[in-house]
Every structure is written in structure tokens, then in C-alpha cells.
Write a protein that binds this ligand. Structure first.
Ligand code: B12
Length: 437
């Protein structure tokens, strides 16, 4: 049984090879452990569909699994179309099909099976049942059988994350990537209106400290990496675990550097000091807004003073801090954006990163909006939330905020603007979009 796992081109505006497709590398590791050794991960984030077709012809897989974000869905569906033409069984997985499986199976005959949610256990059971040529009821699967869509039972999320084998990156040319990921926890206890993490991954679950440190040590020796990006939605949900992890990293003498993303209210000055000592070089805080009203509308459950403290402490201990701004939230006005500017001035972050609000399936905001999902079937790539502000106005504020942080940080700020501004310019998206409002 030959299995090819493909990560297609990102959404337009994104450069390829930012980091390896960690989800597919997790799947490869689980499949290999279960005996499916003819499994290959193909990062096609820079490939034309013609080149992907050639790769499929050469590898001749029985099964093709494709990972799919909402904005990359057209690219992912193109891969399934080509794979189907070449006779493979096609499986779509990832955050977008997790929520939109019915629409996908109803409308795209090139997709045979959708895997909902976490894929490690499901893909192994599925591969085994395909070998046996016998369909069994496998949790977490939705499939088309004789023109009927069959929705399997819900699969329990994996409680013991230590039981999952480390992601296998051996098929990839790691020199290409800007970042090297590691995942130490899954899920999030919060439910911000723009985020689907809670719905997709459930409440926060974490790996044990020895298991994480062992993977880091393995990555140093196996892949020669010394610098990591921890892609957890909320790294410091438990300060006790962070303390233990930092202590273990100091004791391990691995000498690695790492960056995280987390919430402002989950750090303290002593914790940040310890993190710095253990190799933490950067933290991205999803602040989103400087307006208490907007924070409430976003269900952020965060207060302004915690924001100021977190950035002040990062500056004290010497950790590079990123202030994420979300522009155009429900209720956003020029005044609320001025409150955000004022907060940036008070916080003095190393970097300001901005995003214009988009709406994704599985988020509370998606559920609140009463409109048809049909737009996903059209050519549009992105759904912008434009009830509060017009799109060009939001992008104007976005540019202004980035300039503000450059001015506040002098030479260093302008250098950061050049470095990250260029990337963000590329991120300023597609001409193909829809907007609500
Ligand atoms: C790191 C990250 C990135 C990185 C790298 C992504 C990558 N190449 O993996 C970068 C910076 C590139 C990025 C960019 C973007 N991201 Co991002 N990102 C993340 C983040 C924080 C972690 C990803 C991760 O490590 N996941 C862990 C792995 C294990 O999970 P996984 O890849 O989903 O795979 C598992 C399952 O989904 C499933 N599975 C996945 N694929 C397949 C395929 C098959 C065949 C099977 C069987 C199973 C399966 O099995 C895997 C193992 O359990 C997630 C949040 C999250 N918790 O996932 C957001 C997230 C995925 N990103 C998100 C968004 C919105 C974006 C952007 C669109 C942002 C923007 N506004 O421009 C861009 C677009 C990128 C694109 N592809 O189009 C949203 C996606 C929402 C959506 N519906 O699409 C998320 C969910 C954040 C959120 N909470 O809303 N992102």
C-alpha cells in the first residue's frame, strides 16, 4: 500500500516553505509505526498542479491524502482531482474539511473520504481497512458510498499525546524552511470569536515535559536543528508546566532557541525570566485590540493592564515581543483603533503584526453570521468581515500601525518593518475575496 501525503500551495500571497507541514509528518510517523512504510510526504507549497501530477505518476500511490486550510481549498481540491484521474483513493483532512465535510463530499466527486479532526489514529485504521478491502465503521471518517454520504461516529480526541510518535520529516529538504515546528500541546480553553481552535482541537491537552524534551533532543541530533517554533495555540496555559519544561531544558544543556505564541495573562515576570534562561527568544501575543469594548466583542477575556505588564516584562528580560492586532472586529471604529494605537505606544513591542478580520468555518463568528456557505464553492478565497469597516480602510489602518511601531523603535523598528513588512505585503491578499457586510 503506497500512500502520498500532499501539502498544496498556500493561499495566494503566502510564500512557500515557511515551515514543514507538521500535521502530515505526524501522519507519516503513525503510518510508518503501524507498518505502512511506503508513505511519503510531499510539500508541494511551491508546485504547479502539473508538477504535482508528475510526482503522482512517478510515485503511483494507492492513497493520496491532502491537507486543507480554508483559503487553500481550491489548490487542495485540484490535487484530489488529478489524483482521482490517476486512479488513487483520495482523502482530504485538516481544519477546513473538519467543518465543511458535507459540502465537500456533496460537491466534489474527486474526494472519496474526509478525515475529521485529529488524523493519526484515523488514517492508520483507514489504511488497515483498505488493505483488508473491507469497510468497517471507523470513527472520524465521512465518506461517499454509492452516492450516499456516510458520516461515521465522532472520534474521541487523543488524550495521551505522548503516545503519538514524533513527526517524521525525513522526506523533506529541511534547509528550505524558515522555521522548524514543534507542538507541545493541542487545543485551547478559550473561545475567541474569530478562532476555530477550540472547536477543532477541543480543550487544552498537553504532552509531558520529558516527552517534549526528548523530541527536541532528537530533532537536534536527527535533523541538526537548534532553533524551534512552538506552534501550540496557547503554550503557557499551565505556568507549572512551563516552569518544569524550562528547568528541564536548562538541565538538558541542549542550548536550543525557541519562540512561542500565547496570551498576555498567562505570563509573569519570573516565568519570563526562566523562559529566557531556557532559550526563549520571541513571544507572539494575540492582543488583538486596545479597546475593552472590542476585547469583549471578541470574547477575548483579557484586560488592558495585563497587556501592558506582559510587554513591559518582555522588554525587561530581553525577549522579542510581537503585538498582534486584529483590525475590523465587530464594533470597530476609528476611535477603537486609536485605543489600539495608544496601547502599542504604552507597550513598546519589538514587532507589531496586523491582520484584517476574516471569517473561517468552525469559529463562533461564522456561526453567528446568518448567510449561506455557498460562497465557498465559488472562486473566492477569503471571506472578510466588513460589517464594521470597509476593506481598504482596514488595510490603511494596518499599514499605519506597522509604521507606528517602526517609528517607536527607531532604526531597529524600520529594519523590522523591512523584514516583516515585506512578508506582510505579500500576505496582503488575493484579489479573489468575498466580504460579509
Ligand atoms: C503554524 C500555523 C501556521 C503556519 C504554518 C502552517 C503549516 N504549514 O502547517 C503559517 C504561518 C504558514 C500559517 C499560515 C496561515 N494560517 Co495558520 N496556523 C498555524 C497553527 C497555529 C498551528 C498549525 C499546527 O502546527 N498544527 C498542528 C498539526 C498537528 O495539525 P494539522 O496540520 O491541522 O494536522 C492534523 C489534523 O488537522 C489532521 N490532518 C491535517 N491534514 C490532514 C490530511 C489528511 C489526509 C488526514 C487524514 C488528516 C489531516 O491530522 C493532523 C494530525 O492530527 C494553526 C492552529 C492549529 N492549532 O492548528 C493555525 C491555523 C491552521 N491557521 C489558520 C489561518 C487562518 C492561517 C492563514 C490563513 C492566516 C492568514 N490570515 O493569512 C495562513 C494561511 C496558510 C494557508 N495554508 O493557506 C487557521 C486556519 C483556519 C482555516 N479554516 O483555514 C488556524 C486553524 C488558526 C485558527 N485557530 O484559526 N499558519
Amino acid at each position: 500500500m503506497r500512500i502520498l501525503l500532499v501539502s498544496p500551495k498556500f493561499a495566494s500571497g503566502w510564500k512557500p516553505y515557511i515551515m514543514p507541514p507538521i500535521g502530515l509528518c505526524y501522519l507519516k510517523a503513525s503510518l510508518t509505526k503501524a507498518g505502512f512504510k511506503d508513505t511519503k510526504v510531499l510539500d508541494a507549497s511551491n508546485y504547479s498542479i502539473k508538477r504535482i501530477k508528475r510526482e503522482i505518476e512517478i510515485y503511483r500511490p494507492d492513497i493520496i491524502g491532502v491537507t486543507c486550510f480554508t483559503e487553500a481549498r481550491h489548490n487542495a481540491l485540484d490535487v484530489t482531482r488529478v489524483a482521482k484521474e490517476l486512479g488513487a483513493t483520495t482523502i482530504l483532512g485538516g481544519v477546513h474539511p473538519t467543518f465543511m465535510y458535507k459540502q465537500i463530499l456533496d460537491n466534489y466527486k474527486s474526494v472519496d473520504i474526509v478525515v475529521v479532526g485529529e488524523g493519526e489514529e484515523t488514517i492508520v485504521e483507514l489504511a488497515k481497512s483498505l488493505v483488508r478491502g473491507k469497510w468497517e465503521s471507523i470513527g472520524g471518517l465521512v465518506l461517499r458510498y454509492k452516492d450516499q454520504i456516510i458520516v461515521g461516529s465522532e472520534r474521541e480526541r487523543i488524550e495521551d499525546l505522548d503516545s503519538i510518535p514524533y513527526p517524521d520529516y525525513s522526506d523533506l529538504d529541511l534547509k528550505r524552511y524558515d522555521e522548524f515546528p514543534i507542538l507541545t500541546s493541542r487545543g485551547c480553553p478559550f473561545q475567541c470569536v474569530f478562532c476555530s481552535a477550540r472547536a477543532c482541537w477541543g480543550n487544552w491537552r498537553h504532552r509531558s515535559v520529558p516527552n517534549v524534551v526528548k523530541e527536541l533532543g532528537y530533532s537536534v541530533s536527527r535533523y541538526g536543528r537548534k532553533s524551534f517554533i512552538i506552534t501550540d495555540d496557547i503554550f503557557s496555559a499551565s505556568s507549572k508546566r512551563v516552569e518544569e519544561l524550562c528547568q528541564a531544558l536548562v538541565d538538558s544543556k541542549l542550548g536550543i532557541k525557541w519562540k512561542i505564541q500565547t496570551r498576555v495573562d498567562s505570563v509573569t515576570l519570573p516565568l519570563l525570566g526562566l523562559m529566557k534562561e531556557a532559550g526563549c527568544t520571541g513571544i507572539v501575543f494575540g492582543v488583538e485590540s486596545g479597546s475593552p469594548t472590542i476585547l469583549k466583542n471578541l470574547n477575548k477575556k483579557e484586560d488592558i493592564e495585563s497587556v501592558v505588564e506582559a510587554f513591559t516584562w518582555c522588554n525587561q528580560v530581553g525577549i522579542c515581543s510581537t503585538f498582534n492586532v486584529l483590525i475590523g472586529a465587530p464594533g470597530e471604529t476609528v476611535e477603537t483603533l486609536n485605543e489600539t494605537r495608544e496601547l502599542i505606544r504604552r507597550c513598546r513591542p519589538s514587532i507589531v503584526s496586523t491582520a484584517v478580520l476574516r471569517v473561517y468555518p468552525g469559529t463562533p463568528l461564522w456561526a453567528q453570521e446568518e448567510y449561506s456557505d455557498d460562497w465557498l464553492l465559488g472562486g473566492g478565497e477569503t471571506l472578510y468581515y466588513t460589517k464594521a469597516m470597509r476593506l481598504n480602510e482596514m488595510y490603511r489602518h494596518s499599514r499605519e500601525m506597522r509604521m507606528l511601531q517602526a517609528r517607536l523603535n527607531g532604526m531597529k523598528g524600520y529594519l523590522n518593518l523591512i523584514k516583516f513588512g515585506m512578508v506582510s505585503l505579500r500576505r496582503i491578499p488575493s484579489k479573489v475575496f468575498r466580504s460579509i457586510g
